[in-house]
Design a protein around this ligand. Structure first.
Ligand code: IPM
Ligand code: MG
Length: 351
């Protein structure tokens, strides 16, 4: 048996509910994958603010840095919402974790199942064949630049270095090589200097990957093309904030944000895995949340950090079969609750 440690950060809102189902599912496939997993539960986000006055303590960051992987539910909620720059916010924990673990590449695959094509706000013929991957730069740009307030003025700065762009572009090209061989780089090079550097560096990295087709589009156009012709995209690579916005937009193509996983990766194999959806405070504690996005995130964890691609495949197949059999959570207009969806997955996995 390979012994691995996974730090679990259930977080706030529906986080603990969806994470519980993912752990059940992973435990079922771990033994066959020769994995003995030690789950180490920790506080991060609003729950940590309540307990320690900060969204991420040094101890929890150190535990995450030392782990083989981190599985996160969601953070945030109205309880901690504030515009006061001196008050702690749950999201700070997530940002500090991304920076502290140097997780510079965020992977968000979007592949709507045929069984769900009618759940999408887009027409069937638009989404047919959509299978894209957003590679979002995660530790630079306006999220981490200098910011502040001076009297009636506030500012946030967007900065990128060549090295930061290069390493995330490399991730995108490597991903494209294992897919349909196409990278679309999204920027705002007609206005922003950081985008002009972005475009230059991505082009250079592209010359090292001559088999991969590369095109550049402006972010406003990308937002439009994503709903107009989503099936034309393969890998989309973009800077932090554009990626934040475009990945939510791309998520909606599937009809539900309750299905989308994400992986945040750095240089080595340690990664952070979390559903793309948030903490959904309006339904927290009701047992209504769809755990599929978290189960699929756990599958990405098995594949990228724990070296268990077959186990990952079993979880992914269970999710798609469950949906193909007509199981629908409330996110898709159905009635199944968190636990019931978890039960169906467990039944399929155990078969
Ligand atoms: C995401 C979220 C975060 C982000 C928030 C919670 C800070 O929207 O992971 O996409 O903006 O990166
Ligand atoms: Mg977001």
């Amino acid at each position: 048996m390979r012994e691995v440690t996974v730090v679990v950060l259930p977080g706030d809102g529906i986080g603990p509910e969806v994470v519980a189902e993912a752990l059940r599912a992973v435990e079922l496939v771990a033994t066959d994958a020769d994995l003995s997993i030690t789950w180490r539960g920790e506080l991060m986000g609003g729950c940590s603010i309540d307990a320690h006055g900060t969204a991420l303590t040094d101890e929890v960051l150190a535990a995450c840095q030392a782990a083989d992987a981190v599985l996160l539910g969601a953070v945030g909620g109205p309880k901690w919402d504030t515009t006061d720059p001196n008050k702690p916010r749950p999201e700070q924990g997530l940002l500090e974790l991304r920076a502290g673990m140097e997780l510079f590449a965020n992977l968000r695959p979007v592949k709507p199942l045929e069984a769900l094509w009618d759940a999408s706000p887009l027409r069937r013929e638009r989404i047919a064949g959509t299978d894209l991957l957003v590679v979002r730069e995660l530790t630079g740009g306006i999220y981490f630049g200098a910011r502040g307030r001076e009297g009636d003025r506030a500012f946030d700065t967007c900065e990128y270095t060549r090295a930061e762009i290069e390493r995330v572009a490399e991730v995108a090209f490597v991903a494209a090589a294992g897919r349909r061989g196409k990278v679309t780089s999204v920027d705002k090079a007609n206005v922003l200097e950081s985008s002009r550097l972005w475009r230059e560096v991505v082009t250079e990295v592209g010359t090292r990957h001559p088999r991969i087709e590369l095109d550049h589009i402006l972010v406003d156009n990308a937002a439009m093309q994503l709903v107009n012709r989503p099936a034309d995209f393969d890998v989309i690579v973009t800077e932090n904030m554009f990626g934040d916005i475009l990945s939510d937009e791309a998520a909606m193509i599937t009809g539900s944000i309750g299905l989308l996983p994400s992986a945040s990766l750095g240089i080595g194999t340690v990664g952070l895995y979390e559903p793309v959806h948030g903490s959904a405070p309006d339904i927290a504690g009701k047992g209504w949340a769809n755990p599929m996005a978290t189960v699929l995130s756990a599958a990405m964890m098995l594949r990228y950090s724990l070296g268990a691609p077959e186990a990952a495949g079993r979880l992914e197949t269970a999710v798609s079969e469950t949906l193909n059999q007509g199981a629908r959570g409330r996110d898709l207009g159905g009635k199944l609750g968190t636990r019931e969806i978890g039960d169906r997955l467990v039944t399929l996995i155990g078969r």
